[in-house]
Every structure is written in structure tokens, then in C-alpha cells.
Design a protein around this ligand. Sequence first.
Ligand SMILES: C[S@@+](CC[C@H](N)C(=O)[O-])C[C@H]1O[C@@H](n2cnc3c(N)ncnc32)[C@H](O)[C@@H]1O
Length: 257
Amino acid sequence: MAGAGAYDLAGPMARKTGEAATGIRRLLSAEGPPPALAAPLVAAVRALDPAGRRYPGSPELARSRLRPGDRLVLVELHPSDHADLDLEARYAGCEGVEVRREDGLRLLARSLPPPGRRALVLIDPAYELEREETVLVAALGRALARQPSAVYLLWYPVLERARTEAFLAALAEAGLGRALRVELGRLPDGAARGLTASGMVIANAPRGLDRWFARELPILAAVLGAEGACRVERLPGRPAPRRPRSPVPALVSGAQR
Ligand SMILES: C[S@@+](CC[C@H](N)C(=O)[O-])C[C@H]1O[C@@H](n2cnc3c(N)ncnc32)[C@H](O)[C@@H]1O
């Protein structure tokens, strides 16, 4: 779910949502070193554009961390209809990077396990479709059956708390193994229409990550002026279908490696 690769923070879409003002702009203008959780992002933004106008999406963040021999597959369902979505042009000739225009949720299980068997999968759809959560639970279930040892990162928005909790309960039932949920609340639940919080489910989270998030997330929330709750919790649920002995890869952002 590659999106555009990088974004123009002064462009019409960014101006329409205004999200940068309470996010990356605060981090860039905060005094002192950035919070540890955001430091790699702040460094990547400055590396892409010292003026802070261009913003790297997950494809750009993942590409910047590729090591020799790593492979990054960027999957985007929608064809490029404007320059900002021109992933092919952006990554043409980039060693180890492959762009695919297709349904990433259908492709996922078919691509697992990759050669070398180590994989990090980022799934961050826009949650605009009616049955999106059901489709995601099924896709993750199929992927886990193919490769229970991969690290899966699934982003989720909180628009309506009860719906989010039902979704996470269904995910836990899919057998995520050792899984965490990490959530940052911009606003208290129910305080507004629209997005009040967003989070990440991390299946096969590296050991110790929960303690690190529990320590660092409130620091990030304070710098962002977030008024909602921070959550770092183990997700209850069934163990992953089976777990061959294979090392968990280092955490990087990206679609798959
Ligand atoms: C929230 S954006 C992703 C942003 C991107 N990961 C980034 O960090 O910039 C969601 C993207 O997922 C794409 N998408 C949604 N469902 C998809 C699917 N089933 N397969 C591939 N791409 C999908 C949308 O077209 C959209 O570009």
C-alpha cells in the first residue's frame, strides 16, 4: 500500500487536511532533539528536503534503509493519475525495489515466504471501503498461515471506538502470535467527528518493544500536544498457526523485505 512515495506538504491535499500542522511541523519546530520515537522520521524528512516541504511516505522511508541484498516490494492498487503517485518513475533503476500495481491484500499470501524467509509487511489502507476490516482480517489470516514468523505492521485509525475494538478483537482471533497494539490519541474518544487516534498492530513484535513504546510514546504525545490516551498493550488472542524457528528481522518501515 505504497501511496505516492513522498508528499508535498504545501500541496492542495496537505493543505486540505491540515494534518502536518499537528504532526510533522510540530516535530520539526520543537526545540531540542526530537523524541526518540520520532527521531528517525525527523532525520528522514530533513534528508529528503531540508526545507521540510517534502514528506517521505513509507516507500521512501523503507528505501532509505535498504541494505545490499534486501528487496522492497511496493504495492499500490490505484494507477498513477498524477505526478505525485508516479511510483514507477520515482523508483525506476533503484536496486532491490519493485513496484506493483495490484491488490496488495491478494498478493500478500502468494508472496510469502520470500526467498530468505525474513519479511516485514506493512499494511496501511485508507479504510474507506465498507468491508475493509473483514477483508483485512481474512488477508492477514491467510498471510499468517503462509508465514507465521514474519513481522506484520497493520496501521489502524480510530474514528469510532467500538468499531476499532471489534476490529482488533477479530484480528487477535486470526492468531497473531506475540502481538502488540500501540496507539496515540490526538483527542479523547468521542471528542470529535473524524480521526481521534491512530495506532499500529505489530504481530511478532521484537521482545522489549512494548517497554520501549511504553516509555517513549508519552514523550512523543507531549511534544505533539496530543490530548487523547496512549495505549501500549499486548493483544490477547490465539497463538499464530505455527512458528518455525527463524530470527525476527530488524524493524524498518516498508512494504516487505
Ligand atoms: C494511507 S495510504 C498509504 C500511504 C503509504 N503507505 C505512505 O506511507 O505514504 C493508503 C494507500 O493504500 C492504497 N490501497 C488501498 N487498498 C489497497 C490494496 N488492497 N492494495 C494495494 N494498495 C491499496 C490506496 O490507494 C492508498 O494509496
